[in-house]
Design a protein around this ligand. Structure first.
Ligand code: SAM
Length: 215
């Protein structure tokens, strides 16, 4: 999506202006965005999810991150805030134009310059040449999570990490994803973060030598 200037009046929280927001620290901005998301029923990642993303980002220090599903950019800003520390870049996208525009505004409020936004179905807007990515965060249409995961596999660097949000919240919609990872169990290590009500899962590739059968 070509970068366009979005009128600041579209900043959505009428209780606080865009300019007032810009004066706040990022920690304060994140707290306000989270509260706003809760009021507006925006399905932003939970605070535990935030901790998981921050923890694995700090551990791995990825240079290139892909996010599938930005919504209003709450998680995008959380990710980009970490990446800024080691000059990493985030590519994110959303199929909803108003969501993506508010994500762009929120990144501007946070003064984050390391995010590229793409509008449209992420399965079409992200090309193989955009990768490889060291870290992929999947948080888009739940019933397509298996498709996003398979796509992420093709874009991921050898030691990359995939994080998937909401793996238990929508059992019917996530069934094909769970079937997929069960079939793929020889290729991936994973765990589900305890205590996360949305059951965030973290995946890394199994190394070839670990896959050999022991006779
Ligand atoms: C759960 S919300 C994302 C929340 C965001 N990651 C956060 O934590 O702040 C899911 C978003 O994915 C978007 N989405 C769904 N299917 C998509 C697709 N195929 N490509 C891009 N975005 C998609 C929706 O429009 C929605 O805004």
């Amino acid at each position: 999506m070509a970068k366009k200037t979005i009128p600041k009046k579209f900043w959505a929280d009428r209780n606080i202006s865009f300019e007032e927001m810009q004066k706040k620290s990022r920690t304060e901005i994140f707290a306000i965005l989270k509260q706003f998301g809760e009021k507006q029923n925006i399905p932003n990642i939970s605070w535990i999810g935030v901790n998981v993303l921050q923890f694995f980002l700090q551990l791995q220090k990825p240079k290139k991150v892909l996010e599938m599903g930005s919504a209003n950019g709450f998680s995008s800003c959380i990710i980009a805030d970490q990446l800024e520390k080691w000059d990493g870049k985030l590519l994110t996208g959303d199929v909803s134009e108003p969501s993506l525009e508010s994500a762009q505004l929120n990144a501007e409020i946070c003064n984050l310059q390391n995010i590229e936004f793409r509008f449209g179905n992420i399965l079409q807007t992200i090309k193989k040449e955009d990768g490889p990515f060291d870290f992929v965060f999947i948080d888009a249409q739940k019933s397509w999570t298996h498709k996003f995961f398979m796509f992420a596999e093709t874009l991921l660097s050898e030691n990359g990490i995939i994080v998937v949000d909401d793996t238990q919240k929508f059992p019917d919609k996530m069934k094909s994803f769970h079937n997929h990872i069960t079939r793929e169990k020889d290729n991936w290590n994973w765990f589900t973060v305890p205590e996360s009500d949305d059951a965030i899962m973290v995946f890394t590739r199994k190394k070839r030598e670990n896959k050999k059968e022991v006779l």
